[in-house]
Design a protein around this ligand. Structure first.
Ligand SMILES: NC(=O)c1ccc[n+]([C@@H]2O[C@H](COP(=O)([O-])OP(=O)(O)OC[C@H]3O[C@@H](n4cnc5c(N)ncnc54)[C@H](OP(=O)(O)O)[C@@H]3O)[C@@H](O)[C@H]2O)c1
Length: 332
C-alpha cells in the first residue's frame, strides 16, 4: 500500500510517497481502509521534531482519518467490517490503511461524508473540550476567538455559538474575518498580520475591548498566541478565562500582573492529553460534537482537497497562512 513517510526531520519537502507493507491489526486494533485524512497544524510540527510527541521514524504523519473498517483484531468488540469510522491517531493517517486501537475509533453514520468526517474530531473535539471542560462557557457569555478562520478557529466559533455564547471573531484580514462571520460570529476584529510595536498592540487591545463590550470577553479562545495573546488578555472580563490552545504565531510571554489585575484565569488546553488520559471523557467529547453535527450546529468547512501524493503540499499550504477552514487528503 502507499503511504507518505517522514524519514528525516524537516519541512514538508522531506516527505516521500512510498510503498509500505499493509499493517497487521493487533488484538485490540481496527484495520481501517482510509478514505480521507485531515491536515492539521501539528502535522508540520511533528515532521520537524517540534511537537510534544516524537514518533519513531519512519512514520506517516496524519492525525485524523475517516474510512471503512476492513478487519478487526480478535479482542475488538465494538466494530465490524464495513462500518464507517473516524480514527483519532496522532500520526499514521496519510496511508491507504492504518491499524487504529479500538478506543481511538469513533463510529459514524454512513451518511457523514468522508471529507467532513476527516476534518472533524481534531478541531471540534479540541474546541468543545476547551470551551466546555476548560472554559465552562455559559449561555450569553462573550467568547473572543483568535485565528477564527483556521481549523480550530472556525470550530470554536461554531461550537461557542452552539453553546449560546456571543462570539467575537478575530483574524488577519477582512476576507478571513468574513469566513468567521459567515460561520456564526456576531462581530469581528481584523488584526495586523505582523504585530511588532507596543503602540499597535495597545491599539489592538482597545479594538478587542470595543468589540467585546463594556465588561470584556468572558472567554478568550487562543490558538494563535504570539503577540496577539496579550492584547486579547487585556480585553478579558473579571473572572474571565483565557484558553491557551496553540501557538501558530509563537509562544508568548505574558506579564503575570495581568491575571492579577483582571482577576482572570489563564487555562491550558491539551485535548490530546485529555483523550489519552480519560477514555470515558474522550468518548463523551466525541459523542457531544457528533450530536451537534447531527443537529446541524457544527459543520466542517473543507476548503481544499488533495491526493495522497500531494499531501506534502497540503501540509506546506496550511503553513502558508493562506488557508481558511480545513484541508483534506482524499485517498481515492
Ligand atoms: N491544545 C490542543 O489540544 C490543540 C489541539 C489542536 C490544535 N492545537 C493547536 O491549535 C493551533 C491551530 O491549529 P489549526 O489546525 O487550527 O491551524 P490552522 O488551521 O493553520 O489555523 C491557524 C490560524 O493561526 C493564524 N496564524 C497566526 N499566525 C500564524 C502563522 N505565523 N502561521 C500560520 N498561521 C498563523 C492563522 O489565522 P490568521 O492569519 O487569521 O491569524 C490561521 O488561521 C496550532 O498551534 C495547533 O497546534 C492545539
Amino acid at each position: 500500500m502507499k503511504a507518505i513517510l517522514s524519514q528525516v526531520a524537516g519541512d514538508p519537502g522531506t516527505l516521500v510517497l512510498a510503498d509500505v507493507p499493509e499493517p497487521e491489526p493487533g488484538p485490540n486494533d481496527v484495520l481501517v481502509a482510509v478514505k480521507a485524512c485531515g491536515i492539521n497544524f501539528p502535522d508540520g510540527l511533528l515532521i520537524r521534531d517540534k511537537y510534544q510527541i516524537r514518533p519513531p521514524r519512519p512514520f506517516a504523519p496524519g492525525s485524523e482519518i475517516s474510512g471503512i473498517v476492513a478487519r478487526v483484531g480478535a479482542a475488538v468488540s465494538r466494530f465490524r467490517p464495513g462500518q464507517h469510522v473516524i480514527g483519532r491517531l496522532g500520526w499514521g493517517g496519510l496511508a491507504e490503511r492504518v491499524a487504529v486501537p479500538e478506543d481511538r475509533c469513533i463510529a459514524i453514520d454512513a451518511t457523514m461524508p468522508f471529507d467532513q468526517a476527516a476534518a472533524f474530531i481534531f478541531t471540534y473535539g479540541t474546541a468543545h473540550y476547551a470551551l466546555v471542560d476548560r472554559g465552562h462557557v455559559a449561555p450569553g457569555e462573550t467568547v473572543l476567538v483568535l485565528g477564527a478562520s483556521g481549523g480550530v478557529g472556525i470550530a470554536a466559533v461554531q461550537a461557542a455559538k452552539a453553546l449560546g455564547a456571543r462570539v467575537i471573531a478575530a483574524a488577519s484580514s477582512t476576507e478571513r474575518l468574513a469566513v468567521a462571520l459567515a460561520n456564526g460570529a456576531e462581530r469581528g476584529v481584523v488584526y495586523p498580520r505582523t504585530l511588532t510595536d507596543k503602540e499597535a498592540a495597545r491599539a489592538l487591545a482597545a479594538e478587542f475591548k470595543d468589540a467585546c463590550g463594556a465588561t470584556g470577553a468572558d472567554v478568550v479562545l487562543d490558538p494563535v498566541g504570539g503577540p496577539y495573546a496579550e492584547p486579547a488578555l487585556r480585553a478579558i472580563a473579571r473572572n474571565g478565562r483565557h484558553l491557551v490552545v496553540g501557538f501558530t504565531a509563537g509562544i508568548p510571554a505574558i506579564p503575570l500582573n495581568l491575571p492579577l489585575l483582571k482577576s482572570c484565569s489563564v487555562v491550558g488546553v491539551d485535548w490530546g492529553a485529555f483523550v489519552r488520559g480519560d477514555p470515558a471523557g474522550a468518548a463523551a467529547n466525541a459523542a457531544a460534537v457528533l450530536a451537534l453535527y447531527g443537529a446541524g450546529k457544527l459543520s466542517p468547512r473543507v476548503s481544499e482537497r488533495f491526493t495522497l501524493a500531494e499531501a506534502p503540499a497540503a501540509i506546506a499550504r496550511l503553513e502558508s497562512r493562506a488557508v481558511t477552514g480545513k484541508l483534506v487528503v482524499m485517498m481515492d
